[in-house]
Design a protein around this ligand. Structure first.
Ligand code: THU
Length: 522
């Protein structure tokens, strides 16, 4: 089975105000806490994964043994919009926010736009898309000028009547605007907004809207994954956000339900690489519309869907659930909010460690690259490296692996969890055989799984076992397993953790196998 990593972005699910939130007018905002007060809020599955274990989210109820690794990520970029948030998740830091134009676009931009398109402009203000055609449609009919407007977001929008200005000409005008709006004026998107109708019967916008996104200013992890010859699949608006850069396949969606359906389909598809999913409704339908109950209901729907997705995950899969910014639906405006984002990372190879609060979303990019074995340098650090698994957690993983013991002859169930130097954990159980001697011990199962995946550096192994799975005393590795471990592990630092009801007994491998024989003796 090929290695896959899924990153699902719950658009705008912030996890509390960042330390600099005051500079953005967002003091005290907390999207997740806000929606948790709604009677519609239900996140039983994400709570089991450990959403309440993420720093600052204990109001959700932390669980004792979360199933996922948990973290809270800060945003290094100066921004709180979708584009900058996703770029940082993909490894690109933006030192400046994308420009917005509450007073309209500067004269020199519009002069160049008029000169190059051969048409003048009307409006040039932040405006509602439906109001702007109502208020300027008639003037456009008379003058043939473009209706240029913006919003609170970093957008340059051009409305044009389809029968007055041919679609192709409008699209060409957008391409010209995209060329002009670079550098200091590099808006996130230029949007073609064609419409039809007349003053008497009213105007309506058509489905021929088209977005012209800004090229990411640097190489993202998407590019790195694609260059490595792996799949990089976009679900939803990811492809737009990266202007197609690094994407090998794009599946646009019509909102959350469709996005979850596509993600589920992809979880059943055999591919190697990265699947980047954006679920947009949280933000567009509920966050901006200040609809706390609607937001809570949408999260509950996602939570109900999640087990179906997890059930399709194989041994070589990882899932990261996170967000791109906040949009507290109960604060005093409809804008995004400058917040931390929560992160859950789940997979059978991923130790459910608490990774605390990290400084950048770019840890996601570093983790994607690390998981897939792709070269990619960015300011982020792989979450797989940062996770110091506690001895208790490693023993717990061994206990879980023990449940899968195949031991119909001895009825002695054994489980092991081997911690690799890169933070990954390989578990194993004993696998018996009717001919007895082909039996494999739990420790060697975990070791051979790791080595066969190219992993040969280890820090510790936890072992538990007992008749019928009842853990009485400690279970010490047999001599053959000690020798097998000695092949790869340093006797003076590799630790063997033997769990029992009383606690954990920890020994160095060298203590269990003194004066050992190894390759250096040959
Ligand atoms: N076993 C292990 O899994 N690990 C050891 O270190 C010693 C023994 C298993 C092998 C067999 O299935 C059962 O325990 C009884 O020997």
């Amino acid at each position: 089975m090929a290695k896959r990593i899924f990153v699902i972005v719950l658009d705008s699910l912030g996890a509390g105000a960042l330390p600099d939130a005051a500079e953005w007018g967002d003091t005290g905002t907390h999207t997740l806490r806000r929606i948790s007060a709604s009677p519609e809020f239900c996140i039983d599955n994400m709570r089991l994964l450990g959403l309440g274990n993420v720093d600052g989210q204990d109001f959700l109820g932390a669980v004792q043994c979360p199933l996922a690794a948990t973290a809270r990520l800060g945003e290094l970029s100066k921004g709180k919009d979708t584009t900058i948030g996703h770029w940082e998740l993909a490894g690109i830091i933006s030192p400046r926010p994308l420009p917005t134009y509450p007073e309209g676009f500067p004269q020199e931009i519009l002069d160049e736009f008029s000169a190059r398109t051969g048409r003048g402009w009307l409006c040039n203000k932040p405006y509602s898309g439906t109001e702007v055609i109502k208020d300027y449609g008639e003037e456009q009919r008379r003058t043939g000028k473009y209706i240029v407007y913006t919003s609170a977001d970093s957008v340059f929008q051009i409305a044009a009547h389809e029968e007055l200005i041919p679609l192709e000409e409008l699209y060409e005008a957008c391409r010209i605007a995209r060329e002009i709006l670079q550098g200091e004026h590099a808006v996130g998107r230029v949007i073609a907004r064609p419409y039809v109708g007349d003053a008497e019967n009213g105007y309506t916008r058509t489905a021929n809207r088209h977005d012209y996104s800004l090229m990411p200013p640097a190489r993202s992890v998407l590019d790195a994954v694609k260059e490595a010859g792996l799949a990089c699949i976009s679900v939803g608006k990811i492809n737009d956000i990266f202007a197609g850069s690094g994407v090998t396949e794009s599946i646009p969606t019509k909102g959350n339900a469709d996005g979850m359906r596509v993600a589920l389909e992809l979880s059943q598809r055999d591919f190697e690489g990265f699947c980047f999913v954006n679920l947009v409704d949280f933000d567009s339908q509920y966050g901006h519309r200040q609809d706390v109950d609607g937001y809570a209901r949408a999260i509950a729907e996602f939570d109900r869907w999640l087990p179906k997705f997890l059930a399709n995950m194989g041994e070589e899969d990882a899932l990261i659930i996170t967000a791109d910014h906040g949009c507290d639906p109960g604060d005093d405006d409809t804008d995004h909010t400058r917040e931390y984002v929560p992160l859950l990372m789940y997979g059978s190879r991923i130790a459910p460690v608490q990774l605390g609060t990290r400084k950048t979303f770019a840890d996601v990019a570093a983790t994607v690259a690390h998981w897939l074995g792709v070269d990619y340098d960015c300011v982020g650090t792989s979450l797989l490296k940062g996770g110091a698994v506690t001895d208790e957690q490693l023993v717990e993983m061994a206990r879980e692996a023990m449940q899968r013991s195949y031991s119909p002859y001895s009825h002695c169930k054994v489980g092991a969890a081997l911690l690799a130097a890169d933070g990954r954990v390989f578990t194993g159980c004993n696998v018996e055989n009717a001919a007895y001697s082909p039996t494999n011990c739990a420790e060697r199962t975990s070791l051979f799984k790791a080595v066969s995946e190219g992993v040969t550096q280890f820090e510790a192994i936890a072992v538990v076992g007992g008749r019928d799975g009842v853990i009485d005393g400690i279970f010490a590795p047999c001599g053959v397993c000690r020798q097998a471990l000695r092949e790869f592990c340093d006797p003076d630092s590799f630790r063997v953790l033997m769990g029992s009801r009383e606690g954990i007994e920890s020994r160095l491998l060298g203590e269990l196998l003194p004066l050992s024989f190894s390759g250096s003796d040959l």
